[in-house]
Design a binder for this molecule. Structure first.
Ligand code: NDP
Length: 331
């Protein structure tokens, strides 16, 4: 029987999410990789237990996480049932719909009311939950009126299937439109989930944080380590047990181009000079603006998680360090 650590709230930092009453841990755990049926369940259990013991209260899922799609939610459902059930009120669990989930015209990709609400019901069933804390439109869908997608999020909240609504990967302009629609419906959006890292800075050129800030949304950035690229693991070749080594389709060959590796080497030296690993500096950097409420990280093993959480103890980056980083942190 799992008993959560008594000191689990003693060292984690929690940040407010936009203009809401909710706070999230500075680091949240994502279950996109490492929680499908391709990974030993015991490893999944070790990571989730350790995360919660370290004060990570937020677990981020989506309908299609696996493989196969849906299995991450099924496996997390088992962990909830067997381990975390007594702690449900201490957890913020999110799921999403928008990418492809099942065959046929109603299984995505897309943002229709039909797809989103049926998918949310299926996610709740897989996880054995009555409600999720956050339900996201996983991606913008230009072929569905935004009114319909945001209306489906409003229904999800009003029907009690979700406490809050979010959007992911929406541009600043679409975010402003989505936020206005949601406010009109009486279900203001809680949060935006964009990709963001030292090698993926689109949210800066799009001024997304200005829009989310003025609309009152929080931001939780995904893949802050660029799927592992922003660590020292690829500097000496490609380890077999890494995401790149396993030839995961999401980790594109081009990520390990000589240009990128050159940047990684430069960043690695800056990190070493301040006594951090590159992974830790990448997290400190992505958290430097407090309009970023949380980062959603992945971990294939407990040691990575512990190492990454230790980044929260580091001194903030100085102006000089930020300037040095800018020379290499180019997307
Ligand atoms: P990261 O950028 O944090 O990459 C995580 C991977 O990097 C790990 O699985 C591990 O890969 C490697 N890694 C992590 N820490 C270390 C370390 N200290 N040293 C060496 N290697 C390390 O995030 P992900 O790309 O996994 O995405 C995180 C979450 O974001 C997802 O689970 C999901 O919840 C969310 N997400 C949302 C999307 C959206 O559209 N909204 C899209 C993508 C992700 P390994 O050991 O296997 O090499």
């Amino acid at each position: 029987m799992y008993q959560a650590a008594d000191d689990r709230y003693e060292s984690m930092t929690y940040r407010r999410v936009g203009r809401s009453g909710l706070v999230l841990p500075a680091l949240s755990l994502g279950l996109w990789h490492n929680f499908g049926d391709d990974v030993a369940f015991q490893n999944q259990r070790d990571i989730v237990r350790r995360a919660f013991d370290l004060g990570i209260t937020h677990f981020d899922l989506a309908n299609n996480y696996g493989p196969p799609p849906g299995s991450a939610e099924t496996n997390f459902g088992r962990l909830l049932r067997e381990d975390l059930h007594p702690y449900r009120d201490e957890l913020v669990i999110s799921t999403k719909a928008g990418w492809g989930m099942h065959p046929g015209p109603y299984g995505g990709p897309g943002g229709s009311r039909k797809y989103l609400l049926a998918s949310l019901d299926a996610s709740l069933k897989r996880m054995g939950l009555d409600y999720v804390d956050i339900f996201y439109s996983h991606r913008p869908d230009a072929s569905t009126p935004l009114e319909e997608t945001i209306g489906a999020l409003d229904t999800a909240v009003r029907s009690g299937r979700a406490l809050y609504a979010g959007i992911s990967s929406y541009s600043a302009a679409d975010t402003a439109r989505a936020s206005a629609l949601a406010k009109d419906l009486g279900t203001p959006l809680l949060i935006h989930q964009p990709s963001y890292s030292m090698v993926n800075r689109w949210i800066e050129s799009d001024d997304l944080l200005d829009t989310t800030g003025s609309e009152g949304l929080g931001v939780i950035a995904f893949s802050p380590l660029a799927q592992g690229l922003l660590t020292d693991k690829y500097l000496g070749g490609v380890p077999d047990d890494s995401r790149a080594g396993k030839a995961t389709p999401s980790f594109k060959d081009g990520f390990l181009s000589e240009d990128n590796l050159e940047r990684i080497r430069g960043l690695n030296e800056i990190a070493a000079a301040r006594g951090q690993s590159l992974a830790q500096m990448a997290l400190s950097w992505a958290l430097r603006d407090d309009r970023v409420s949380s980062l959603v990280i992945g971990s294939s093993r407990v040691s990575q998680l512990e190492h990454n959480v230790a980044a929260l103890d580091a001194d903030p980056l100085s102006t000089e360090e930020l300037r040095a980083i800018d020379e290499f942190a180019i997307d």
